[in-house]
Design a protein around this ligand. Structure first.
Ligand code: OGA
Ligand code: NI
Length: 441
């Protein structure tokens, strides 16, 4: 085993500098040169807990001599998963050609963003009681309106996630939604998930290989999507009627919330809705995703839903009454979104971040797989229409005198998002920065 020691500079890579390991320098090109030393694999590894996400994944170039031609050095490029931000072990057996000497006592390593691995290193919440804000939405129509508005502003600014109770969607309707969704899953989906789905097949293959690897590119999730013009599941009585009624209620709630956000952001009433509807009318996309996260025999090897931020506008999630699993990343810690029966979890997506010029940030979240329970969750998305132009609201930009985000067509953003959903969002904003719309402002 070869061990590379060194802690990258915190400013460039977002890593805490540690006193117990030597720093490695980051060159202007963004590559790091790190000393290499031959040490045993038994070297003591620092504690993982509390570490700010590492860059996770390094492309390294090493100059090595092959066993067959000891005098000929060869540069080998490889991509390695970082096992620890400050310590990387390279097992030279992993190279296809046998190596007997590593020539240079230096290695060029380029950090590669890999959020999924970074996310793994974020510690679980150290304060188990830390919970996302719970807000009584009915108080908006009482003498406690100002306080409720402030709570929602805080939920949007500090958390990106909050839960609403007394939101106005009738409890009888919610009870029916739970019933028909679970019924539909049992009748029309569950058997197929365990018999034929890709995650089940891939997990089984990986378990059989016994490599200790994790399934990185798939979610342990069963999903079906509802929108006005989609095909609906047909074998479950009352599914369509119930979900149509629910979607109408939850859409009304989304529109109310957008007005609250308008007011809190100091922009004209109806601004967000109008922006998402491309100026006027009712062209915004309103979709509902019915998810079930089935029990998983190896929950440590796969994620229910990999970490991501949501692409669109306002997301309203009706999650399981008892089975948890949803977590948000706050200040480097994963925090549970605690189940509260019949509450609605609200979060804001990338487009609200743009429109608010960064005041309301879209927040990373993920769903953990569970060993023994099925978790149901129904997410409804109020998103811009594909043709809507999204840009920071003028009134908000005026306050800081700076456009923090580009102007783009939402459809163009979605083309990038589809490819990069599970990666950091900043490159997505960069990718749509160069469109012609930008020039017109
Ligand atoms: C999503 C999502 C969370 C959940 O669909 O984007 O984050 O609990 N869902 O299913
Ligand atoms: Ni999401």
């Amino acid at each position: 085993m070869w061990t590379i020691g060194g802690g990258p500079a915190s400013s460039t890579l977002g890593i805490e500098e540690r006193a117990d390991v030597p720093s490695i320098s980051v060159s202007e090109k963004g590559s790091i040169k790190t000393p290499i030393s031959k040490e045993s694999s038994a070297q003591e590894e620092p504690e993982l807990e509390g570490i700010i996400p590492p860059p996770a994944g390094l492309i390294i170039e090493i100059s090595a001599a092959l066993a067959a031609r000891p005098l000929k050095a060869k540069t080998i490029k490889t991509r390695l998963k970082l096992e620890h931000p400050n310590l990387m072990k390279i097992d030279i057996k992993r190279f296809k050609e046998p190596i007997n000497t590593i020539h240079n006592r230096s290695i060029i390593a380029t950090p590669v963003p890999d959020f999924q691995t970074q996310a793994k290193y974020c510690k679980p919440s150290s304060s188990p009681k830390m919970a996302i804000p719970v807000i009584d939405f009915s108080k908006l129509n009482s003498e406690e309106r100002a306080m409720t508005m402030a709570q929602i502003a805080n939920g949007c600014e500090e958390w990106g996630f909050f839960q609403l109770v007394n939101h106005g969607i009738p409890v009888e309707l919610l009870e029916k939604v739970k019933m028909v969704s679970s019924d539909c899953y049992k009748k029309e989906r569950e058997e197929n998930f365990f018999k034929n789905s890709t995650p089940v097949k891939l997990l089984k293959e990986l378990v059989d290989k016994k490599t200790g690897d994790k399934l990185e590119n798939i979610d342990w999730e069963d999903v079906f999507l509802l929108s006005d013009d989609n095909e609906w599941p047909i074998k479950t009585p009352e599914f369509k009627e119930t979900m149509t009624e629910y979607r109408a209620e939850v859409k009304k709630l989304a529109e109310k919330l957008m007005e609250v956000m308008d007011e809190n952001l100091g922009i004209p009433k109806g601004y967000i809705k109008k922006a998402f509807n491309g100026g006027e009318g009712d062209t915004a996309f309103f979709g509902t995703k019915v998810s079930h996260y089935p029990p998983c025999p190896n929950p440590e090897m796969v994620t229910g839903l990999r970490a991501h931020t949501d692409a669109g506008g306002v997301i309203l999630l009706f999650q399981d009454d008892v089975v948890d699993g949803l977590q948000i990343l706050k200040d480097g810690e994963w925090i549970d979104v605690q189940p509260i029966p019949n509450s609605i979890v609200i979060n804001t997506g990338d487009q609200i971040e743009v429109l608010s010029n960064g005041r309301y940030k879209s927040v990373w979240h993920r769903v953990n797989a569970k060993p023994d329970k099925t978790r149901r969750s129904i997410a409804s998305f109020y998103n811009p229409s594909y043709n809507a132009t999204i840009e920071p609201a003028t009134e908000i930009v005026k306050e800081v005198n700076e456009f923090g985000y580009p102007k783009f067509r939402f459809g163009d953003y979605m083309s990038v998002y589809t490819e990069q959903k599970f990666l950091p969002k900043e490159p997505r904003f960069q990718a749509v920065r160069t469109t012609t719309l930008e020039v017109s402002r």
